[in-house]
Write a protein that binds this ligand. Structure first.
Ligand SMILES: [Zn+2]
Length: 167
């Protein structure tokens, strides 16, 4: 189950919305919470992220072809450098993207990455994120114990996954 909260009205203070999201990430909710936010909040959130791991140029091209967008490789990122447990590949947003298509379907992925909306998801306690390695097919379970972010900030659209607030 996921709790859904729409915090996207433009009259809300961006910093206050972000604080609300982070406090939920701090205490790790029993269920995932999906916050819909506006572009201003999302841009503020992105600016404060730590170093990001981008997809390769080739991977960006494949994602852009699927979404019908023209985003740079820097638009598709994760915060944590994780490696495939079998082949050692650095898992990128591309692995999450392909896994998402397999698990949730193309329409779901398009909606979140190119649907003109911005979301920040706070991961529940004990949540793991599944990533099928696009090199060898091994399923990697990434614990949502550190701050993970993935994003396609393309055409004003983005999706992100905050597992814990960053200090
Ligand atoms: Zn692998």
């Amino acid at each position: 189950m996921t709790i859904y909260a729409d915090l996207s009205p433009s009259g809300l203070l961006p910093a206050a919305v972000l604080r609300l999201v982070r406090e939920h990430a701090d205490s790790r909710p029993p269920e995932n919470i999906l916050f819909k936010v506006n572009k201003e909040v999302f841009d503020l959130y992105i600016r404060e992220l730590p170093e990001l791991v981008s997809v390769s140029q080739e991977e960006a091209t494949k994602i852009n072809m699927f979404l019908g967008t023209a985003a740079t490789a820097n638009s598709f990122t994760v915060t944590d450098r994780k490696y495939c447990s079998n082949c050692g590949r650095t898992l990128t947003f591309y692995d999450l993207f392909e896994t998402g298509r397999k698990r949730h379907g193309d329409a779901f992925v398009r909606r979140f990455l190119a649907g003109g909306e911005h979301h920040i998801q706070v991961a529940a306690r004990n949540q793991t994120i599944e990533a099928d390695c696009t090199n060898c097919g091994t399923l990697n379970l990434i614990p949502a114990e550190s701050y993970l972010h993935y994003s396609g900030s393309i055409g004003g659209s983005a999706y992100s996954y905050a597992a814990a607030a960053r200090e």
